[in-house]
Ligand binder design. Structure first.
Ligand code: AMP
Ligand code: MN
Ligand code: MN
Length: 326
């Protein structure tokens, strides 16, 4: 499949490159690395992401080339979709892909639905940026320091700085090569982990304050509501990494973080029903991708998520009930 994808990319003139909404370092790193590589081949490339780029990733090269909208009527020979387990992860505009004659799906999620005409899906890859790296190598595209920084950041963040279960030999090999190609690790770390807004620290305080533990001690649960975001002047991007505090607690096997993603509806029969995103992390003994998939989401065995409309009380009960059966 890789050879077919290479032939397709070489013959395409206009390309859409995109990754999932509310992007993490891997989604942005893969988007930028792929975009820079294709631009180097003199392709007309549109880099699209539905959400604003989180502040901590705004140092990345060419980040301003990512647009949050696609001009109406624009035609593409092909699309490259990165780090998305299913098409809808792109966001509201996912239906646009139906109008593009060739769609390439590059991803490492266990739950990938296999959408698109061409795919490289490797759950053994530590990050989508690992697969992008392999593709660029096979295409003999030179990896300059800008591409290297994007790939390095994707692998660094998706492996939780080489701490998570997806950390493989390739993560170290590729990152070592990226450093040889000009990446300065302490500078990347300073941007990604070293500089937080005051609001983000206050949000962390609220997240810690919301902590609940199931009776059997196997689940830790944190909750962030719209009110907390408003009070601290923070956004969804500021949630990144908070769940790891819940996951670290002794004896906890599964950590859950409930995040209210939209303001509640009022005045209808389902009064207190609101929209939430639930992030799940496990210590490896529980497959959280399976439970996320049961709720229409997905992910990896040790890190998964899903969206749901429910009342907060009901959602918490469901999660705690499930955990008490662990
Ligand atoms: P998060 O819960 O956003 O920290 O994401 C954890 C992992 O689960 C990531 O690999 C996501 O791509 C995946 N994931 C999160 N939410 C969803 C969803 N609604 N559908 C499919 N995969 C998801
Ligand atoms: Mn991602
Ligand atoms: Mn990823």
């Amino acid at each position: 499949m890789m050879e077919e994808i290479i032939a397709l990319l070489r013959k395409s003139e206009t390309l859409l490159v995109t990754s999932h909404a509310n992007p993490d370092g891997d989604a942005i790193g893969a988007l930028l690395a792929m975009g820079l590589a294709l631009k180097g081949l003199n392709k007309r490339v549109t880099l699209y992401n539905e959400s604003p780029i989180p502040a901590v990733y705004r140092f990345l090269p060419s980040v301003d080339a990512v647009c949050g909208d696609i001009p109406a009527g624009q035609r593409f020979d092909a699309a490259v979709v990165l780090d998305c387990g299913d098409m809808t992860r792109i966001g509201e505009r996912f239906t646009l892909l139906k109008e593009i004659p060739r769609v390439v799906n590059i991803d490492h999620h266990l739950t990938n639905t296999g959408f698109g005409h061409y795919r490289i899906i490797d759950p053994g890859a530590c990050a989508s940026t690992e697969i992008v790296f392999r593709l660029l190598k096979r295409m003999e595209i030179p990896i300059d320091s800008d591409i290297a920084t994007s790939i390095y950041t994707g692998i660094l963040t998706d492996t939780g700085s080489f701490r998570f279960a997806n950390t493989n030999a390739a993560a170290f090999d590729i990152c070592a090569e990226m450093v040889e190609r000009g990446v300065i690790p302490h500078e990347v770390a300073r941007h990604v982990y070293g500089t937080y807004s005051l609001g983000r620290i206050k949000l962390l305080n609220m997240a810690l304050d919301s902590l609940e533990i199931s009776v059997n001690g196997k689940l830790s649960l944190m909750t962030l509501t719209r009110n907390m975001f408003e009070e601290t002047g923070t956004h969804l991007e500021d949630v990144d990494g908070l769940i790891n505090y819940a996951k670290r607690i002794e004896d906890v096997r599964v950590a859950a973080l409930i995040v209210e993603t939209r303001n509640g509806r009022s005045g209808n029969a389902r009064g207190d029903v609101r929209r939430f995103h639930v992030s799940l992390r496990s210590d490896g003994s529980v497959d959280v991708a399976a439970i996320a998939a049961a709720y229409g989401g997905g992910g990896h065995a040790a890190a998964a998520g899903f969206g749901i409309e429910a009342s907060l009380a009901d959602l918490k009960l469901r999660i705690i009930d499930w955990a008490n059966g662990l």
